[in-house]
Design a protein around this ligand. Structure first.
Ligand code: AGP
Length: 605
């Protein structure tokens, strides 16, 4: 996720753009850049680091009445000066900023190089600058329209050209883009926070819409050039709530961003239902693998527990999943064919990084699953699979977890295909079901009001149990962590079958138990666990697939999940638990986004 901004008007463009970008840093902040016209030429200033570093590099802003800017969350190419946006064509007469993922950038880049174009960055975005150059004859608008015919993926683009210094061309597909309307000045931006205080009148663009922005006016068409009349949206948000897109906290915003984060992470990875990691070059890593160690901390560890069950079940490969801070004391008996997978949203967790280094010291290859391009873990791993969750601001991880699950399932399907443990038709069916998980998560998000009511009802409890079997147990652990870390209520996840071996003694009248029931084959056993705790006075809230409702007849409350494949159920079953924890914390007045004692990235051991 990145932030783009453009301005055309009577004021100096640079301070307008850098101010707008400062309100978009929540979308990404590993590098930033700006392009303006100076002495009739395009001048690009761009730097790795925060926006403040860019402002310092610009110094006294030269006079310019039109420009485009960008604050980056790297997806392709580490954060660096050369990979920062804007990107230019060979001649430097065209500049572009982009938010999204150009899925077919590798093929386009190869073709453009053969046609004589020189690339200087490792980004996907740079191909668009050279495509526009390729098609540029006498109109930037026409050149961009032609280029869009060749681009696959998601994009919000803004393009300027030295030949036409009075206009910004922009286009949108699958990444957000708005147009701000002023008097004698107009704006283009990823999101409303960028233009707050400048104008309260915006067009919110839809997919396949194309805009020509000048100081005097804005023309909106479809990609073919047919005029589109749009309604003006009047903005009433204050700047802070705008960064949260109107949500009260980043955590709630990020819970709701999960469908899109899942979409972005899946993008380009499944072709005809089958997983394709050719671009990530994973084949040689897995050619001789005989056992996988999966190591992480906290929420990432819980994602690894799901990964273990999924890979063992469909790829029939032994997997051990362990907590990083414990793994280091195991004196592991490494064997040929061992592979280490480390999972880390931040890519900076010290315990996880230490395990990566220990594995490599023992000659074991490491695959990293991380959300941050250029992070320490990404840089030191042998190979990397990125989640595309975008920046996760809230300390409590939500969308990073669900995108880590997506990577786990992609790996399981990829390994099953490679090891031929399942026929391709079955795997393709699973792949297609995985592609539908964005829609399934959107369905679960509609349960929000009911979950909020439940949280209100139980807000004063002192302790809570989360129960589940198999994959449900792995998700129960994540639910318990979410509740603990933001509401400060003691919460314990237990394997449902293990309760009677001791912890059942803790169940008493009124103790809330959240029972996950998404594994059809285990439903009957889950029912007996519910009876066990009900008989001791527990209040049972079932998070239950709609086709298993009869199991939950005796429950006090039911939160229903869509009837998805049990293997993929964790992607949907975690959402009610995230929401429950969020609202419990709200009702208890906790600082949801910044819970006490915690940090977003634990870079100490
Ligand atoms: C999760 O909500 C917590 N913030 C914490 O457990 C986190 O998952 C853990 O510290 C691992 O962080 P990482 O994914 O950045 O390595």
């Amino acid at each position: 996720m990145c932030g783009i901004m453009g301005y055309a008007g009577r004021n100096n463009a640079i301070p307008v753009i850098t101010h707008g970008l400062s309100n978009l840093e929540y979308r990404g902040y590993d590098s930033a850049g700006i392009a303006i016209f100076k002495d009739g030429q395009i001048m690009i200033t761009k730097k790795a680091g925060r926006l403040a570093d860019l402002v310092k590099a610009i110094g006294e802003p030269p006079a310019a009445n039109l420009g485009i800017g960008h604050t980056r969350w790297a997806t392709h190419g580490v954060p660096s000066d050369v990979n920062a946006h804007p990107h230019a064509d060979c001649s430097g007469r065209i500049a572009i900023v982009h938010n999204g993922i150009i899925e077919n950038y590798a093929a386009l880049r190869k073709e453009l190089i053969l046609e004589g174009h020189d690339f200087i960055s490792d980004t996907d975005t740079e191909v668009v600058a050279h495509l526009v150059e390729k098609f540029y004859a006498d109109s930037l608008e026409n050149a961009v329209r032609k280029a869009l015919n060749y681009i696959e993926g998601s994009f919000a683009l803004a393009v300027i050209s030295q030949e036409e210094p009075d206009k910004i061309i922009a286009a949108k597909k699958d990444s957000p883009l708005i147009v701000g309307l002023g008097a004698g000045e107009n704006y283009i931006a990823s999101d409303i926070p960028a233009i707050l205080g400048k104008t309260d009148k915006v067009y919110i663009l839809d997919d396949y819409e194309f805009v020509v922005v000048t100081a005097e006016g804005v023309t909106i068409t479809d990609f073919s050039g047919n005029l589109i009349n749009k309604e003006i949206f009047n903005v009433t948000w204050d700047p802070i709530s705008a960064e949260k897109a109107g949500y009260e906290h980043f955590m709630l915003k990020e819970i709701h961003e999960q469908p899109d984060a899942i979409r972005q992470t899946l993008r380009g990875k499944i072709k005809d239902g089958l997983v394709d990691f050719s671009e990530q070059g994973l084949d040689e890593l897995f050619d001789d693998v005989k056992k996988i160690y999966m190591v992480a901390c906290g929420t990432a560890y819980h994602a690894g527990l799901v990964g273990r069950l999924a890979i063992e079940k469909i790829a029939r490969l032994p997997v051990e999943t362990d907590i990083a801070s414990e793994f280091r004391y195991r004196d592991v008996l490494w064997s040929p064919g061992d592979l280490m997978i480390v999972i880390s949203q931040s890519g900076e967790t010290a315990d996880t990084l230490a395990v990566l280094r220990e594995a490599q010291r023992n000659g074991v290859k490491v695959l990293a699953v991380t959300n941050v391009v250029g992070s320490s873990i990404a840089r030191e791993a042998d190979k990397v699979l990125y989640t595309y969750a975008g920046p996760e601001i809230a300390v409590a991880s939500t969308k990073a977890y669900s995108t880590q699950l997506v990577i786990m399932y992609l790996l399981a399907l990829y390994l099953a295909k490679k090891r031929k443990t399942y026929d391709q038709k079955t795997l393709a069916g699973l792949g297609k079901e995985l592609l539908d998980m964005d829609v399934m998560t959107e369905k679960v998000l509609q349960e929000e009001e009911k979950i909020k009511r439940l949280a209100g009802k139980y807000q004063n409890v002192e302790s809570t149990f989360f129960l589940g079997r198999g994959l449900d147990y792995a998700v129960a652990m994540e639910g318990a962590l979410k509740l603990k870390e933001i509401s400060y209520i003691h919460a314990e996840a237990y394997a449902a079958g293990e309760l009677k071996h001791g912890p059942l003694a803790l169940i008493d009248t009124g103790v809330p138990v959240l029972a996950l029931i998404s594994q059809d084959a285990l439903a009957a056993k889950s029912m007996s666990n519910i009876k066990e705790v009900k008989a001791r006075g527990a209040v049972v809230v079932a998070v239950c697939k709609e086709n298993l409702q009869e199991v939950c007849q005796e429950c006090d409350e039911q939160i229903l999940l869509p009837d998805v494949n049990p293997l993929l159920a964790p992607i949907v079953s975690v959402i009610p638990l995230q929401m429950f924890a969020y609202y419990m914390a709200i009702f208890r007045g906790a600082d949801v986004d910044k819970p006490r004692n915690l940090a977003k990235s634990v870079t100490v051991e």
